[in-house]
Design a protein around this ligand. Structure first.
Ligand SMILES: Cc1cc2nc3c(=O)[nH]c(=O)nc-3n(C[C@H](O)[C@H](O)[C@H](O)COP(=O)(O)O)c2cc1C
Length: 195
């Protein structure tokens, strides 16, 4: 799908949620971002939470890292959260980051790429849906999920270019994200979102 000449491409931020040493999340996030950018109808940036030193405790000091993170969330029209499952939830690093923005999430779509060992990260995604409802965001029905212990999951972590089996799921998620992203971008421009 190619954007029309007068339509700015949707700004999509792919957020890498794990900051764990030895994580696979960075490989998963960059694999997904590359796939998303290949479509040609999205402007994709990667926000790696490992690049942000966000303080615990809020409302807290607006440090330069907090300001930069909130500005990146404010600039984006849509998000894809790349999350592992930790003890049937999502990582603390991701919750800390999410909570450092508020208005910046409002009236924007959020999709999920999730993974785990023996699960596909569905518990993590279920809990993130609840969090994003509180933030006035819209979560996408379909996501991309895989078990790192299966063939496809291992491929994403080791040889992402070969992980073609997930192509249809990636396309469905990005189609939904783009539809909602464009609709909500128009809606926010037409009238300020309610507070
Ligand atoms: C503290 C911890 C808890 C975990 N709990 C789960 C779990 O509940 N379900 C699951 O499928 N995998 C679980 N795993 C496996 C992780 O999803 C897997 O190690 C994955 O690589 C973590 O993502 P990361 O490498 O990007 O940090 C857990 C891993 C850790 C470190």
């Amino acid at each position: 799908m190619t954007p029309t000449a007068d339509e700015a491409p949707l700004q999509v931020a792919v957020i890498i949620g794990s900051t764990r040493e030895g994580r696979v999340g960075d490989r998963v996030g960059r694999w997904f971002a590359t796939r998303a950018a290949q479509r040609g109808d999205l402007a994709v940036t990667v926000l790696d939470l490992a690049d942000f030193d966000l303080p615990a405790g809020y409302p807290g000091a607006r440090t330069p890292h907090v300001e930069r993170f909130a500005a990146e969330i404010g600039r984006a029209d849509a998000f894809v959260l790349v999350t592992p499952e930790y003890n049937h939830s999502f990582p603390a690093s991701l919750k800390l980051a999410i909570d450092h923005a508020y208005d910046e999430w409002h009236a924007k779509p959020v999709g999920f790429v999730s993974y785990g060992c023996r699960s596909e990260g569905t518990h993590a995604v279920d809990q993130l849906r609840t969090v994003f409802t509180a933030l006035h965001a819209v979560t996408m029905r379909d996501g991309v999920g895989f078990d790192l212990l299966t063939g496809t999951g291992q491929l994403v972590a080791t040889d992402p270019s070969a992980a073609d089996g997930l192509g249809p799921a990636v396309a469905t998620l990005l189609d939904q994200l783009r539809w909602w992203g464009l609709a909500l971008r128009d809606a926010r421009a037409a009238r300020p979102y309610i507070r």
